[in-house]
Design a protein around this ligand. Sequence first.
Ligand SMILES: [Zn+2]
Length: 597
Amino acid sequence: MRYKTREEIPLEYKWDLEAIFENIEKWEYDFKFVDDSIPKFADYKLTFKNSGEDLHKTLKLDEYLSNKLGKLYLYAFLSKDLDLNNSTFQNLEGRMKLLVSKYQNATAFITPNILEIGEKTLYKYMADIEELRIYKHFFENILRMKEHTLSADKEELLALSGPALQTSYNTFSLLKATEIDYGKTTNEKGEDEEISEAIFYGAMYSNDRDYRERVYRQFYKPYMNLKNTFASLFTGKMNADVFNAKAKNYSSSLEAALKPNNIPLEVYHNLVDSANAGLSSMHRWVALKKKILKYDDIHPYDMYVSLFPDSKKDYSFEDARAIVTNTLTLMGSHYIEAIKECFDNRRIDVYETKGKRSGAYSSGVTVGVDPYVLMNWNGTLNDVSTLIHELGHNMHSYFTGQVQPTVYASYPIFTAEVASITNENLLHEYLYYNSTSKLEKMNLIETYINKIVSTFFRQTQFAEFELLTHEITEKGNALNAEMLTNHYTDIFKKYYGPEMTDDKEEFHTWARVPHFYYNFYVYQYATGLAASEVLSKNIMEKGLPAAGKMMSFLSSGNSKYPIDTLKDAGVDMTSKATIDAVITKMNTLMDELENLI
Ligand SMILES: [Zn+2]
């Protein structure tokens, strides 16, 4: 279904934003209220530490206003995303950003002051005042970071260094977004084509192999030509991470990245070690792909192309709703009821229209408002999968928002992808067992394997490289383009195995990946996938008892540390068995595929 204008689309497929604010006037009223209330914090700051009552009063005001702020923000950014060219909503969003930063400055005193109150007094306050007791985990989490919180003047000095330490990433982004010239090539039809990042990613899925190769070789040229520049930016980022870690008394930059969420370092090492132990599965996949494609040699630019291009099936949004609902019946009646509300209460904006933001997302937790999903429906299998993925996020936000008090009503990146990928896995199983076509089955298996390759193996490969380059920098050794290329080459070859052809372009991938500037971020994609693998398997095998545990995970928000909420759900992220589950699944899928072929 395609619509020319938003007006043509039936109401049921469009967001009900009036559930957040009836109209802009109401929004303006709350905006003014929050803006006028911010100065109150200046008074509260003076009395904050005096007593348990004062502490409680400040926390309550912060919660009350940040909930309002959350609603204001949600309304502004959802409205803007429906029509990116609408200047009214651009303006609302712009004003929101200023208000949020004003708010953050006004409340920045809270955390350091809680530290200053200290453990003993906080426990005394909690003993005296019942309403403060729910903050126990919140306080403990702040106290836990005491040795990494510096004196006020040092923190200020460190904050001043922030913009300078951002230069590497800013320059990298600018270069990539505006100044790199990828040049031209000819497309599949023989016409001139200007290369861009989007063209590159699109071309990697093309069935025209020569075209894939042309784009690939051309795309990498600037990264190879400018390798010294990129190496300098890369090492600048490494130096910044190492500086920050040392300044804040961490023993390593890995610890500095993981400790704020209380993730044990062994989770990271475990991931890398266990993935390494399972690399023969990656090698097997490369060889299998080469065999099915009937190539004499296989290159990195062959890794994305679909093996079964004829299996394309079309799904209407109504089909998808039925599939999603049937799949998720496994999760129990509470979950299904919430999914139904999400569809019926117009929490999904389905169709693409001019000016609407592309892609898909779920809006996250906003206290007092049920979350929203943005889609751009095209009727592909990928869209069905995206829908159930985003609904996974939505349910995580929904139950957390329903159950948790404001102070815990959010969740960290480390657990964010678990609910969504678990849903994708359940969907795969549902479609696979309800499919009568061999081609469709093979396509489903390939999709699943691709997900494991790109989300698990490739991200762990990046995580390994990231760890190595940080460690080299920590030992006081300098990195240059040649060293980065050599280290990247070693790790790439180890992951892709002997069948993969050496393309010097690929060995310069370190120069182009923005995630290397995100400070130990990507491993969470891999751990998220591993956790989902265990959880979806539990739900399929054990049914409602496992789904019940999953429901408590979905409702737990930040009330515990992420490792502990996942343990409650039934998965131990410190155990090698969790990572091994992914490799076992990958092998099972390849066995099935070989059988079908
Ligand atoms: Zn997601």
